[in-house]
Design a protein around this ligand. Structure first.
Ligand code: NDP
Ligand code: RET
Length: 334
């Protein structure tokens, strides 16, 4: 086809994509069935992960639950089993590449191939950069970003072979715009968004239209992970209150089950992304100050410090290698 004709066709397809998107707003598209699928959720021991697992279980999927916290993960598994779901729980630290690949092998042998992968587990350092131990920064990158590579490398090949599957990336609105003091989190979530977008393009490029991807970018959710995070009181009260976890997961599930490529919850987040892309930096700073978004993490840091003081010991230090010259994370792969 000559380039002029092709351009007309592309223009037509672009317009049709707009029309389709508008129609999806007005008429809710039907949700696909996940009955009989094998769905793996990371970070299933609590918060959004536990709710995602419940939603998939209620729709007849078999659940494979991964979490670093064995007790919490087992509690999720027990609750789902009690409601009749088929569930297997695995303790896995997804920041360790070898742990991911080895647990993936066990899942394949004990349950079968995973067809829906929900990369949900996440962490935050909870301190501004210059007060933050290097290990905590590395942990955020490893859990929130690098683990997505290992998980997808472990489970995508089978999805591609069968041209059937779904990869869900739970990122964050802070993977699309940022604020002060959570460099570790923003960098790792921007990384996850970039990873997800490239992966989605790759799947399209090789024509595997049976393998879908969905990127989830929520605003602040009331799970406790960001307890204390606060914007200007009037804006929080009248315009933008923290999301309830159940609402967030309900919206995300609808996006997954209708094969949407991405969802920001609430929709106002799209406006923030747009604003950030077109306004001059000084205007963005000015608006942040007005909305109380510039220092929204400060009360979160204070809350986090209070939590650590009460517990005396910092829980993340358990994960530190005893000999700093040995890379314990991936030692058995080298
Ligand atoms: N809460 C919020 O405001 C928002 C959260 N998100 C994202 O949503 C996802 C879920 O968050 P949320 O439910 O709030 O967080 P939670 O802290 O409530 O749950 C996260 C779960 O992941 C587990 N986990 C942590 N590290 C690892 C690891 N190395 N390997 C395996 N599991 C691990 C945690 O275990 P343990 O408790 O033992 O650490 C916990 O069970 C995260 O990716 C988060 O970044 C996105 C937007 C907003
Ligand atoms: C920066 C910013 C805002 C505040 C965002 C906040 C407070 C996000 C918190 C997100 C979290 C905690 C995500 C976790 O993954 C506004 C007021 C929306 C608009 C202006 C820019």
């Amino acid at each position: 086809m000559n380039i002029a004709a092709e351009l007309v066709l592309v223009a037509f397809r672009v317009v049709m994509a707009f029309v389709q998107a508008a129609l999806r707003w007005v008429f809710k598209p039907p949700e696909k069935s996940v009955a009989g699928e094998v769905c793996l959720v990371t970070g299933a021991g609590g918060g959004l992960g536990r709710l995602f697992a419940r939603e998939f279980a209620e729709r007849g999927a078999s659940l494979v639950l991964w979490d670093i916290n064995e007790v919490a993960n087992e509690a999720t598994a027990e609750a789902l089993r009690a409601s009749g779901a088929r569930v297997r729980a695995y303790t896995c630290d997804i920041s360790r590449r070898a742990d991911v690949y080895c647990t993936a092998e066990r899942v394949r042998a004990e349950v079968g191939e995973v067809t829906v992968l929900v990369n949900n587990a996440g962490v935050v350092a909870g301190r501004p950069l210059l007060d933050c131990p290097d290990e905590l920064i590395e942990r955020s990158m490893a859990v929130n970003c690098h683990a997505h590579f290992w998980m997808v490398k472990a489970f995508l090949p089978h999805m591609l072979e069968n041209n059937h599957g779904h990869v869900v990336t739970v990122a964050s609105s802070l993977g699309l715009f940022s604020t002060a003091g959570i460099e570790d989190y923003c960098a790792s979530k921007y990384g996850a968004v970039g990873f997800h977008e490239s992966l989605s393009h790759e799947i399209k490029a090789i024509g595997k239209d049976g393998v879908n991807t969905t990127l989830i970018c929520p605003y602040l959710v009331n799970t406790g992970m960001f307890r204390g995070c606060r914007i200007r009181k009037e804006i929080e009260t009248y315009l933008l209150s923290p999301l309830e976890p159940q609402y967030c997961v309900h919206e995300a599930m609808h996006a997954v089950l209708t094969n949407r490529s991405m969802i920001c919850t609430p929709r106002l987040m799209y406006l923030v992304v747009f604003m950030k892309s077109i306004l001059p930096w000084d205007a963005v700073v000015c608006i942040y100050r007005f909305l109380g978004a510039d220092k929204c993490m400060y009360p979160f840091f204070a809350e986090h410090r209070r939590g650590l003081n009460n517990n005396q010991k910092e829980p993340w230090t358990d994960a530190l290698p005893t000999n700093p010259c040995v890379d314990h994370g991936n030692a058995d792969l080298d």
